[in-house]
Write a protein that binds this ligand. Structure first.
Ligand SMILES: [Zn+2]
Length: 166
């Protein structure tokens, strides 16, 4: 997919944000992360060594984790982006019922049965499963979720663990 290393084709992604103690605070866009580092509010962290880099790395595109030395995490973690895209990205564009490519999102507890449009009640689904399930709960439709819906914190912790092992 695309030519790697060509900065023109670089696809913006999110950067994990840690507080002074290394606790996860959330994620920001790549552009926001660079601005925070350039302005001196944040430092780049090398997640493999868990050490701070004093300046931007040779390839700034390697930035995956930044740390705000003045910040203290509190409250809930929010994932970057809005709505459908966040859910599809969280679930890796995989239908959470059959594992095939997902292009739609499904209310696990259907809206017509009072299910909220919230992070925890939405999953990625392919069109076939979404239509088959229709206005029913998974139990009513005889379908099961491939995995429980992960919390935003779980998502970011997984990504942090990945970055540490890269
Ligand atoms: Zn499906």
């Amino acid at each position: 997919m695309g030519s790697r290393g060509d900065t023109k084709e670089f696809r913006p992604r999110s950067v994990l944000v840690l507080d002074a103690n290394g606790a996860l605070m959330g994620e920001v866009s790549f552009a926001k992360a660079v601005r925070a580092v350039v302005s001196g509010r944040a430092v780049v962290l090398d997640p493999r060594q868990w050490t701070r880099l004093d300046s931007l790395p040779v390839s700034i595109y390697l930035i995956s984790v930044i740390l705000f030395p003045q910040a203290h995490a509190k409250g809930k973690i929010k994932l970057l982006g809005k709505g459908k895209r966040v859910i599809l990205r969280r679930d890796g564009f995989r239908c959470q019922y059959c594992g095939k490519h997902a292009s739609t999102i499904d209310h696990v507890q259907p809206r017509c049965q009072g299910g909220p449009t919230s992070y925890i009640n939405l999953v990625a689904a392919c069109l076939v499963c979404n239509n088959a399930k229709s206005g029913r709960t998974p139990e009513q439709a005889g379908m099961t979720l491939l995995r429980p819906v992960p919390s935003p914190r779980q998502i970011l912790e997984e990504r942090l663990a990945l970055a540490c092992n890269m």
